[in-house]
Design a binder for this molecule. Structure first.
Ligand SMILES: [Zn+2]
Length: 295
């Protein structure tokens, strides 16, 4: 057991989750969770050093079957079993709480605290996964390409809504962005109208089966009529996201004056090939200001 000396409070028992850096800290924020535990966040004054990435670039596709799929072929998942166990536990405790109708009773207060405690545990397990995955992706790659979340919202329907909110995509992307920036890497979002899930990643030609297939989430592999390969649907999308992200990044470094001008339409690569799957009112102009920091 370690201790922490806090002004006005004196010596407090504390658990440290990681070794503290040898640096001056500026503030300590103490907060109390609904489960009754106290947390101290310590802010250190420390310069972040740019990290030399192992890989040049990666594309990340967020999915329902797997949480994240990367262009190098890896698939990542939330600890589903563990979360399901915790969820069941929470349900049980919520039922117990519902039975206690006397709002002033001590038993009800206790039951309420148990529900809060397990909810907080669930949130922490989830966040822990998101933090670790976003850190390793942000750390290892110079350029991280992801899809605008609006694309995912197109998928939204009542059945998927719970799955989507459970996935924590928004939180994940926020983490990925600030971590990438911290390591001196580039976070690149791609255009929401780019049909990453419909093109063959080798030829950039639209695959008819995927073009009408938003609802057929069950299909994982697709035979490509262009390159005659079997594409893993998710990895294929991640590769497309990476290529499109890199393409946007190259455009971005040419200066904003060029952005949105007709010349871009004639640049090689996607627009000629993917032409008929891309909506005429391409949102490219909107998305071209590069958010990262191309060097
Ligand atoms: Zn193909």
């Amino acid at each position: 057991m370690s201790f922490c000396i806090i002004m006005n409070l004196g010596i407090v028992k504390a658990v440290f989750h990681k070794e503290l850096p040898l640096a001056k800290f500026t503030t300590v924020t103490i907060s109390k969770n609904a489960d009754g535990r106290y947390y101290a966040s310590i802010l250190f004054n420390q310069e972040d050093e740019p990290v030399v990435a192992i890989n040049q670039a990666i594309g990340v596709d967020l999915g329902l079957k797997n949480f994240a799929i990367t262009s190098d072929g890896s698939k990542y998942d939330l600890p589903k079993k563990r979360l399901a166990k915790l969820e069941n536990n929470r349900k049980r405790k919520q039922k117990k709480l519902a039975k206690k109708t006397d709002k002033t009773s001590n038993k009800r207060r206790k039951a309420k605290r148990l529900v809060a405690k397990i909810s907080s545990k669930i949130a922490r397990v989830r966040e822990d996964f998101l933090h670790k995955l976003s850190r390793s992706i942000a750390y290892e790659n110079q350029v991280i390409c992801v899809e605008d979340l609006a694309v995912k919202n197109m998928l939204r329907n009542p059945n998927l809504a719970k799955a989507i909110s459970d996935q924590g995509w928004g939180m994940f992307l926020t983490m990925l962005k600030y971590k990438a920036e911290r390591f001196g890497h580039t976070y690149q979002e791609i255009n929401r109208f780019f049909p990453s899930s419909q093109l063959c990643s080798a030829t950039l030609l639209p695959i008819p089966m995927l073009q009408n297939g938003y609802d057929s989430l069950g299909v994982r592999f697709v035979e490509c009529p262009h390159c005659l390969h079997q594409h893993d649907r998710d990895i294929n999308a991640a590769v497309n996201i990476k290529n499109e992200g890199l393409r946007l990044l190259v455009l971005g470094t040419k200066g904003s004056a060029v952005l949105g001008s007709p010349q871009i339409e004639r640049l090689p690569c996607t627009s000629a090939l993917g032409g008929d799957v891309r909506p005429k009112t391409s949102g490219r102009k909107k998305s071209t200001p590069v958010r990262g920091n191309p060097q």
